[in-house]
Design a protein around this ligand. Structure first.
Ligand SMILES: NC(=O)c1ccc[n+]([C@@H]2O[C@H](COP(=O)([O-])OP(=O)(O)OC[C@H]3O[C@@H](n4cnc5c(N)ncnc54)[C@H](O)[C@@H]3O)[C@@H](O)[C@H]2O)c1
Ligand SMILES: O=P(O)(O)OC[C@@H](O)[C@@H](O)[C@H](O)[C@H](O)CO
Length: 361
């Protein structure tokens, strides 16, 4: 089997974690692949289609890095096997494999609520099987856009274990780590299962232990830090909050993509105002914030990436809680007014819901 597993096989996992792993493997090339290479067993959240299409193609796919000027394509081979999320036998086998060292997770913001999402229960069943098989330690790594995503994942899994099997909960506390991560790479949904379009920019910041080892992600650009919280806040409040502002204001004006919304003078001014509202509560020096914003503007302007507002609009309530509402709370706590751009975004969201302009669930 493989030393890596992933839950939530989708576009982003293939543009990010699988791509970092591909490049880490390339540091130790060879044919046949040397044993030190790391490969994934990947599971979709639910549906079988993507797993079936990838399996039929030998689990190889093309990653297209789409810059404003042109494309660069890579064949990614770091996925060894793909399965539908409800393939219990394959899931149990992956977790019982003594070689398994890391499980990465991208199940969206809503995927951590055990009342509505199968993900926490599925992870718990995998861990239960691993324990029963006498398996060793493991890192469970959330790569979703959530503040404190490692703690959120830890809480979701351990609470569920405590409700059913206290011994299992204790085993998890001893054996399983939950690193936190900040992940960044704008990756629109793709209709072609064997081609993923993404932007050239990519960032991965990780804090936490990997008790059974990990790929050399740090050798290919991932940063390992003691505390990921400031990086998460910077990304969620500058990039993702701006995405929400452009999405809800843009949908009301009939735009379809981020670059169209960014091209609108009024929307761009609201985003710049949002960033002014974020700045005093971000905890970064002005020069660092300026550098982050200078990198962001051309990413939003990229006319070739076609990042659809409809995609970003989904799960809007959960996203606004992490973005505009969190910024407003931080401002109020700092004795500042809540912020007009944050408020305008929430009002636009409410209007979209009222008029049924886009799906936000
Ligand atoms: N796309 C990006 O630009 C990007 C960038 C950074 C982080 N992310 C994070 O990655 C997540 C996935 O993005 P994507 O572009 O791969 O989306 P995607 O729709 O291509 O894939 C999402 C995967 O999550 C599964 N899933 C969805 N809801 C679930 C639930 N409630 N429980 C369990 N599984 C569920 C789906 O079945 C699918 O396998 C985002 O929600 C975000 O948190 C995405
Ligand atoms: O992926 P989501 O659904 O959490 O949010 C939509 C976008 O804001 C997001 O995908 C960004 O493109 C991404 O976070 C950039 O790294």
């Amino acid at each position: 089997m493989t030393r890596l597993a992933h839950l939530g096989l989708g576009a982003f996992f293939r543009a990010h974690q699988a791509w970092y792993t591909e490049r880490a493997n390339a540091l130790a090339p060879g044919d046949p692949a040397p044993a030190e290479q790391w490969r994934y067993t990947a599971f979709t959240g639910r549906s079988p289609e993507l797993a079936a299409a990838l399996t039929a193609a030998g689990n190889r796919y093309t990653l297209v890095e789409r810059g404003a000027e042109g494309d660069e394509s890579t064949q990614v081979t770091s996925i060894a096997a793909s399965f539908a999320g409800d393939d219990t036998d394959a899931w149990t086998a992956a977790f019982c494999d003594p070689e398994l060292a890391v499980v990465t997770v991208t199940v969206t913001e809503a995927g951590y609520d055990a009342a509505t999402s199968p993900a926490p229960g599925r992870l718990l069943s995998g861990l239960a099987a691993r324990r029963a098989a006498g398996g060793g330690p493991l890192a469970l790594v959330s790569c979703d856009n959530l503040a404190g995503n490692g703690e959120v994942l830890h809480g979701a899994v351990v609470r569920l274990a405590e409700a059913s099997d206290l011994d299992l909960a204790r085993w998890i506390e001893r054996k399983v780590t939950f690193p936190s991560t900040m992940v960044d790479r704008i990756t629109p949904h793709s209709s072609d299962p064997l081609t993923v379009i993404t932007e050239p920019f990519s960032e991965w910041v990780i804090a936490g232990d990997f008790p059974a080892g990990r790929p050399a992600w740090d050798a290919v650009g991932a940063r390992f830090v003691d505390d990921v919280a400031p990086f998460e806040r910077r990304k969620l409040w500058l990039l993702n909050a701006a995405h929400s502002t452009m999405t809800y204001l843009g949908l009301l004006r009939g735009f379809e993509t981020i670059d169209q919304a960014w091209g609108d003078d009024e929307i761009r001014a609201t985003v710049e105002q949002l960033w002014n509202e974020v700045r005093p509560v971000l905890g970064f020096e002005d020069a660092e914030t300026d550098a982050a914003l200078a990198a962001l503007r051309p990413r939003f302007a990229n006319p070739r990436i076609a990042h659809r507002l409809e995609q970003i609009a989904r799960q809007g309530r959960e996203k606004l809680a992490q973005r505009q509402r969190a910024i407003m709370a931080a401002r109020l706590e700092a004795g500042l007014p809540a912020g007009d751009a944050c408020r305008a975004t929430i009002e636009a969201f409410d209007e979209i819901v009222k008029k049924g302009i886009a799906r936000v669930d």
